[in-house]
Design a protein around this ligand. Structure first.
Ligand code: PLP
Length: 375
């Protein structure tokens, strides 16, 4: 590794967050870990392996590609693709034993045809829209849809699920969604249709709505140590750190400008460090003149615009910092910490975006706790 920019992923803390969340669940409730988009930037395979060893029951991914990566890495747990697939993916879906989400009859027909050809019964999950307005059959039409699915002889309706858009902010709307979902479940039950897995809750709903746990929860953000809502009382363990080093340092006089656009002018003689991390690495350009970094147990503000490969910080007259000194961009250092939540707030986005956009080119270094079982 020649360029000093890396991500450290603390898999021990990932496991601790899983334990913390599991404590909120009843005995019969299983956990589906969402590992879409490279496990929210944390690295799909090491994260999935750790979670598999930690007893997660199910994985949720966003694409068949991700599901195949899991299978090739010998992950044995069931894998649900949270998005519907186009017909061209159906053959490999069956070949890799992946569970699809079904939201329309045309996909169901293709799946059934292929399963029939293979002389196989394919487990599918049906997604219902109770207010997310994205994927899924509108709940009022869902009963009819499910009855039609029942006619596909090579499909088994293993799961029924829905998704919450405002579990963190709007209890009235969320409770209403739960009511719609329960009503659908009841109507299905009355027709003799049951599901092995019933799931609604994401991290936020897991914490706030016990009545939304059913028998499976889809857990993402909280696993990665990020609070799904600000007022959450439990504290989570940070999992991801983004680190770099000072690659250049120079003293400047008063009145010099730093970086593109000349948005930062030194007000006094000072020292400026150049750090190897830029917006192409996923560090938001909007953190220009706003973000901060930790060097030698002190915060320093970003000076001027973030560049493609670099960013600068004003370190004043600090004499301890040298070329090669470590810089923490996200994570803890001593008793200081920069969280994804904090950076997200500064640039008016959500912490999901901060971590998931960290370039997959950045090397990930995995830290295992002592008890880690070697595979
Ligand atoms: C990503 C995702 C989740 C997990 O959400 P978190 O807020 O990260 O816990 C749950 N359900 C679906 C459908 C998702 O796409």
């Amino acid at each position: 590794m020649y360029r000093p920019l890396w991500i450290e992923v603390n898999l021990g803390n990932l496991n601790k967050n899983l334990r913390l969340m599991k404590r909120l669940l009843g005995k019969s409730v299983q956990v589906l870990a969402t590992v879409k988009q490279n496990a929210y930037g944390h690295g799909l395979i090491p994260v999935a392996r750790k979670l598999s060893d930690s007893g997660v029951d199910f994985f949720g991914v966003g694409s068949l590609e991700e599901a195949i990566f899991l299978r090739k890495a010998k992950i044995k747990e069931p894998v649900l693709i949270l998005s519907p697939l186009l017909p061209l993916a159906v053959k490999d879906l069956l070949a890799y034993r992946v569970t699809p989400t079904v939201v329309d009859l045309s996909l169901a027909r293709e799946l059934n045809k292929e399963a029939c050809k293979n002389n196989q019964i394919l487990a599918v999950h049906v997604k219902v829209d109770t207010g997310m307005g994205r994927l899924g059959v509108w709940h009022r039409q869902a009963e009819d849809f499910i009855c039609k699915l029942k006619n596909f002889k090579n499909l088994s309706l293993e799961g029924l699920f829905t998704h919450f858009p405002v579990a963190d902010t709007d209890p009235k709307f969320t409770r209403c969604q739960i009511t719609f979902f329960n009503s659908l479940l009841e109507r299905c039950r009355a027709k003799g249709i049951g599901f092995k897995y019933i799931h609604c809750a994401n991290s936020s709903a897991l914490i706030k709505y016990k009545e939304a746990h059913f028998n499976l929860v889809r857990l993402g953000l909280a696993l990665y140590g990020i609070k799904p809502h600000k007022k959450m009382s439990q504290s989570l363990y940070p999992v991801l750190s983004l680190k770099s080093k000072v690659i250049f340092l120079k003293g400047i006089e008063r009145g010099r400008s730093i970086s593109y656009g000349r948005t930062y002018i030194s007000k006094r003689p000072t020292s400026i460090v150049t750090i190897s991390c830029g917006y192409a690495d996923g560090y938001p350009w909007n953190l220009s003149n706003k973000g901060k970094v930790i060097i030698k147990n002190r915060f320093f503000k970003i000076a001027g615009r973030v560049c493609m490969d670099h960013l600068m910080a004003d370190i004043g007259n600090n004499k301890e910092i040298k070329t090669g000194t470590e810089v923490v961009l996200i994570g803890k250092s001593g008793n200081l910490e920069i969280t994804p939540e904090y950076l997200a707030k500064l640039v008016n986005t959500i912490p999901y975006e901060i971590v998931s956009r960290l370039s997959s080119n950045i090397p990930r270094i995995y830290k295992y706790s002592k008890a880690h079982r070697k595979r």
